[in-house]
Design a protein around this ligand. Structure first.
Ligand SMILES: C[S@@+](CC[C@H](N)C(=O)[O-])C[C@H]1O[C@@H](n2cnc3c(N)ncnc32)[C@H](O)[C@@H]1O
Length: 234
């Protein structure tokens, strides 16, 4: 599908914590939880993903691959975490249907990001991130890969995968065995895979790939989320 067709008539909608998200009528689904875009992103990806991994490993350089970059909210909150802890962060987002910059401005995430320069630098460098890995703030680099998950064939492996696809009910192919296996190829030894969704199928697929699966408490509106650790290289 063309970008313009996929993004046709998208609308900004409010979520329960006062942050906005996008409703995509082609998919029939929001980009984030209606219980709060900000709290979901902070809880699932930053606190239970990046912060957890950082505290466990004590690494001072971490790389993240996000599948479904969308508005960049997960990136912004992760970059903020990196800035506040002195962590060096190398972030790559895969996004099949990149959003135009005016939507990123209108959604208003700048008011939830403590560092004004982080948001400004993200906006002014957004276009160049599609061409090359670009420094956004001192210790944070961002590259956005404009590919579908299955057509992405990068060589790099990452410490953490943020899997932020639309729910299985709306985009089942993103949760197929083929897609999950393909995504996990980009994970380093002892890397972690985090997502907001817990299904029996996903748990089985990850276990079959050799992951150790945990189900920490979910973000508001969900009992559990999924965090899986890879004990060895696939
Ligand atoms: C649930 S939203 C992600 C929200 C995003 N992480 C954010 O914070 O805004 C799912 C994202 O996956 C993207 N997407 C849909 N199909 C895709 C595919 N086949 N490969 C990669 N990305 C895809 C959508 O365009 C959308 O941005």
């Amino acid at each position: 599908m063309q970008n313009s067709e996929f993004l046709k008539n998208i609308e900004l909608v409010s979520t329960a914590d006062g942050s906005k998200t996008i409703f995509n009528p082609q998919v029939g689904e929001n980009y984030h939880s209606k219980h709060g875009a900000l709290q979901e992103s902070q809880h699932v990806f930053v606190n239970s993903g990046l912060k957890h991994y950082h505290q466990q490993t004590q690494k001072n350089e971490i790389s993240i691959l996000e599948i479904g970059f969308g508005t960049g909210l997960n990136f912004l909150l992760s970059a903020e975490y990196a800035a506040s802890t002195g962590l060096k962060l190398s972030y790559t987002g895969i996004e099949a249907y990149p959003l135009p910059q005016n939507i990123l401005n209108e959604i208003g995430y700048n008011s939830f990001i403590n560092s004004e320069s982080l948001f400004d630098q993200f906006m002014s460098n957004y276009n160049s991130c599609f061409e090359k890995s670009t420094q956004i703030i001192e210790q944070v680099n961002l590259k956005i890969e404009s590919f579908t998950l299955l057509s992405y064939t990068g060589k790099e492996k990452f410490d953490i995968i943020y899997f932020d696809a639309f729910a299985k009910l709306h985009q089942a192919e993103m949760w197929s065995e083929e897609s999950i296996k393909h995504a996990c190829k980009f994970l380093k030894d002892k890397g972690i895979f985090v997502t907001y969704s817990v299904t029996g199928d996903l748990k089985r697929q990850l276990k079959n790939l050799g992951f150790e699966v945990e189900r920490p408490q979910g973000a508001a509106g969900k009992r559990e989320m999924m965090r899986a650790t890879l004990p060895y290289v696939l």
